[in-house]
Structure formats: C-alpha cells, structure tokens
Design a protein around this ligand. Structure first.
Ligand SMILES: N[C@@H](CCC(=O)N[C@@H](CS)C(=O)NCC(=O)O)C(=O)O
Length: 217
C-alpha cells in the first residue's frame, strides 16, 4: 500500500499540495473528497481532520492537516527540489518566513479569502459588499508594494523553485479570477509558472470531474 494519501481536491488549498506532489514526482493516492459536499463531515474523515477541512495528508499512520504544513512536511521528508546556498542562511530563512507570512496573511486570509466568503459563499457567510470591495483594494495595495521584489525574478525565493512559488502562483490565479489588478511584474512571473508541466498536470488533476461546479478556494 502507498504510504502517502492526500485527501481533497477542487480547491486552491488542495491545488497547493497536488502541485507540490507533481513537482516532487511522488507516487501517492488521492481520496477525491470535496468541500461543501458534506464529505469533510464523514465520521471516518473527522478522525483524520476534526476541523472538517481539506486537504489532509496521511503519511503512513501520521496525519498532517493544513496545506502549508503538508507542503513543508513533504519537502522535509521527500524533497527532490533542493535549496541554494543563500536559502540556507539566516537571512534566506528570514526572507522565506517573510514571504510566507505575507502571502498567507495579507494576500490570502485578510483579502482574497474575505472576497471568497462574502461574494461566492455569501449564502453561508453573509453578503458584505463593502468588505468585498475593500478587500480587493487591500490586495491590490499589498501586491503593488512588493512588485520591485519580484521584477525580473524567476522564483520568489533565491534561485530555486519552492513552495513559495506554488503559493504565489495560486494566489495570482485567484486574484485574476476576482478581477483584482495585478502589477505587470507578477503577470510575467505568472506566465512562466503556469507553463510548468507540474502546474498544468496538477491543475487538471485537482479541478477535473468535480461534483460541484469548479470553485477556486
Ligand atoms: N488553513 C487550511 C484551510 C483549508 C480550508 O479552508 N479548506 C476548505 C476549502 S477551501 C474546506 O475544506 N472546507 C470544508 C467544507 O467546505 O466542507 C489549509 O490551508 O489547509
């Protein structure tokens, strides 16, 4: 039996994990449960993830939840991507933390996810037009503030592809889907990332044959 099983497809969070799996070239099983189908509330799944969220990873009998934690676990245990010298330094590590916090908090949780909740999922979380428009404006301000840091760069962090590129590209996918303005430097970066074989394959894998209409969250 394959020791690695990923639970969940169809969302931006599951896309993070499947894309990394494809980049690492790992052989794994997938349980194609989806959000808002009730499958995250099945008693058997609740034992894995009482938060009722996807994705989850089962590595042998060890469970990891939270897409970012899953990605970091996969890189620690099954890495084939490698790190450059700068990435090993305290400065390189601090820059990693800075980008990760910025993307998860400023670009995702406090902006695009608010749009998601109060626009697409307003039947669950309530309508809040002001919160939606101010969150898009906030996202645009935040991403513009770091435009110089991405200008001319192939990767977010150092000279190697990393999970930070997965985070950023998926955020850009999402920003474009809600018609947020994305600075030119990010559009160029996005073009390169979305031509990667693993991105194309993972996107098809993650978003094909869903029970619910395609949702990008
Ligand atoms: N912080 C979590 C968030 C996961 C999350 O919010 N998943 C949502 C879909 S985007 C979910 O599973 N919702 C359960 C449901 O709607 O049934 C992560 O990054 O993995």
């Amino acid at each position: 039996m394959n020791p690695l099983t990923v639970w969940g497809v169809g969302t931006t969070r599951t896309m993070r994990v499947h894309w990394l799996m494809f980049e690492l070239g790992l052989n794994y099983e997938t349980r194609r449960i989806e959000s808002r189908t009730g499958e995250t509330q099945n008693p058997s799944y609740l034992k894995l993830n009482p938060k009722q969220k996807i994705p989850s990873l089962l590595d042998g009998d060890f469970v990891v939840t939270e897409s970012t934690a899953i990605m970091r676990h996969l890189r620690r245990c099954y890495d084939t991507l490698g790190y450059d010298q700068y990435q090993q330094t305290p400065e390189g590590q601090a820059v990693y933390d800075e980008w990760l916090s910025f993307m998860l908090m400023e670009l995702d949780a406090t902006s695009l996810y608010v749009v998601r909740r109060h626009r697409d999922l307003h039947a669950i979380y309530g309508e809040a037009d002001n919160a939606v428009s101010s969150s898009i404006a906030y996202f645009e301000n935040m991403i513009s503030a770091v435009e110089d840091q991405i200008e001319g760069r192939q990767f977010v962090w150092g000279s190697c592809f990393s999970e930070l590129d997965i985070h950023l590209t998926i955020l850009l996918d999402w920003a474009m889907a809600v018609d947020a303005k994305v600075p030119e430097a990010f559009v160029n970066y996005y073009e390169t990332m979305t031509h990667r074989d693993a991105y194309v394959a993972a996107r098809k894998f993650n978003y094909s044959g869903l029970q619910l209409p395609t949702v990008r969250s």
